[in-house]
Design a protein around this ligand. Sequence first.
Ligand code: SAM
Length: 319
Amino acid sequence: HDNTSQDEVIRGTNDDATVSRLSAVNLGYFKDPFVQFFVKRPIRRSPIINRGSYIRNYALDNLVRQFLNLDTPKKKQIISLGAGFDTRYFLMKSGQWGDCSQLSKYFEVDFPEVVVKKAMTIKRRAQLYELIQNVRIEKGGIELASDDYFLLGGDLREWSEIVQRLVHYGFDSTAPTLVISECVLIYLEPEHSNMILNWMTQELTDCMFVLYEQIRPTDSFGKVMIRNLQSRRIELKGIHAYPELEDQETRFIRLGWDGAKAVDTNTIHDQYLDRSDISRMARLEILDELEEWHLLAGHYCVAWAYKSITAKDKFASIQ
Ligand code: SAM
């Protein structure tokens, strides 16, 4: 019972993430015509949260785009772990990402409870539904499959069962594969997240990983962050195992990845974003709480890793 309610709380973090994304979209930080369909009651978030959502989206999309741009002999696949109500697939299919013809399959995994809700929204909204070819419902109504989009219901802690579903839908371990984990692995015990990362290096010939999650739990801001989450019964099980950027990098290297890099949101803001983008954001909303922004941004990291022949030099940094 306790585990179930804990999982329920973790599933709830998806609604939070979606509301935050919509808030940033509605204020003009970035475009996503699909996220609105997954939010019942929009809430305007603070400027700090909105800027954070923008940078998170910017950095991850930047890395995803590099993967899509790689010249590979085989068609590619993407698998998003704990995808929640992620809309990337729909943005790609609607043409926002340009030519995605090198992408053959897009898999999303989340708890069945989340997957069912997502599938229902997709079926109800023509704008989403019409982007998917040959939709079929599988696994007793839980999963949604199609020509290239696969929504899988399962528990990441039972990885071998997820693997069976992936294989069932034609997951190809020799295809260049991008794995996306956006605020997900942090909710798992390290033994479970490591099992997944280890499986990838063992089973896939050409793979890349893109991760976003909280870091630095022990400084004073980090302690407040953890306490606030705990008061909502949210536990970041992985954060003490990978508290610093170096830990985020070595977690991959130790498990056999060829290269890994981690940066915090401050670095992305200060070194990777265009100055024009920063002034554009300043015109969207005034951000007075600069100090708080720096503190918050120091507690989120983007990490990426690769194990492959094709990606080696190309996938080395956010550009
Ligand atoms: N990746 C999405 C995003 O960034 O908007 C959702 C992030 S949300 C904070 C975390 C997601 O991970 C939730 O949808 C939750 O259900 C999923 N998740 C966490 N633990 C999981 C597990 N053991 N098995 C499957 N999904 C899990």
